[in-house]
Ligand binder design. Structure first.
Ligand SMILES: [Mg+2]
Length: 256
């Protein structure tokens, strides 16, 4: 304990005794900063509630958060959040012992997990989900097979294939769109898979029921779902969810 320690203690004591202490309060975020506060809704709080599934059954992005969601999706944060999830998934995957019998599978959802519909969601007529969902317009977009890959998840896909996992794409997309979906997947680098499961006319129930029943059928066929990644909680909840699930961010829409 020497002179420098004494100086430090005096400095700290002075800080707490002087108006400097009050400046700490000046560092409090003001309206419009990190949380992008408008009216009574803090959009960062809203997004956190969405990602944690504390907020359920919402139909559109609140009007006052449309800009916030747009900036998030088009900026670095969304990309980095996706990369972080993918990196954690890979860390987990490479620690698993695969049996080599071709039955260890990883389930990927497609929309906002494998492929990004951001070029569509960024349109003025969609406003990042702040305008109610229009099935006709979205179907037209899917038919174009022009969705880019989500870079972090494409990388994860390639890493999983290299590790020996079989890939299963399980999507709520209807079977009528099988051809454009296959074209789109292949065009952006998803070149192989064990199964591509789309929603048929005989598939009923909500997303959780539909996806659970398809995963159950996979396991009944002898597959082991070692991992499961999706942007909706309905991709990850229900039965036969997989040994571990990974949630990709998506503040643009909710599928229950
Ligand atoms: Mg999805």
């Amino acid at each position: 304990m020497g002179f420098s320690y004494l100086i430090l203690m005096v400095t700290i004591a002075t800080a707490f005794a002087s108006p400097i202490n009050n400046q700490i309060h000046l560092l409090k975020p003001h309206s419009g900063s990190a949380g992008y506060k408008h009216s009574n809704l803090n959009c960062l709080s809203w997004r956190l509630a969405v990602e944690t599934d504390n907020l359920q059954d919402w139909t559109v992005v609140p009007q006052e958060c449309a800009d916030y969601v747009g900036h998030y999706m088009l900026g670095k944060q969304y990309r980095q959040d996706c990369d972080y999830v993918a990196a954690e998934a890979y860390k987990y995957a490479k620690g698993l012992n695969l049996t080599g019998d071709g039955k260890d599978v990883w389930v990927f959802d497609i929309d906002e997990t494998t492929l990004s519909n951001l070029p569509y969601y960024a349109l003025d007529t969609v406003a990042f989900g702040a305008i109610p969902y229009n099935a006709t317009l979205f179907d037209e977009w899917v038919t174009k097979a022009a969705a880019p890959a989500i870079p972090g998840n494409l990388k994860l896909y390639k890493q999983l294939v290299r590790l020996g996992f079989k890939i299963v794409f399980l999507s709520g997309t209807r079977e009528a769109f099988e051809q454009p979906r296959i074209r789109n997947l292949k065009a952006v680098g998803y070149t192989q898979w064990e199964k591509l499961i789309l929603k048929g006319d005989n598939d009923h129930g909500n997303a959780v029921e539909y996806k659970s029943s398809k995963r159950k059928a996979l396991e009944e066929a002898g597959y082991r779902i070692r991992g499961n990644i999706g942007d909706q909680w309905s991709d990850l909840l229900g039965s036969n969810a997989g040994d571990r699930t990974f949630k990709v961010p998506d503040p643009m829409y909710y599928i229950g």
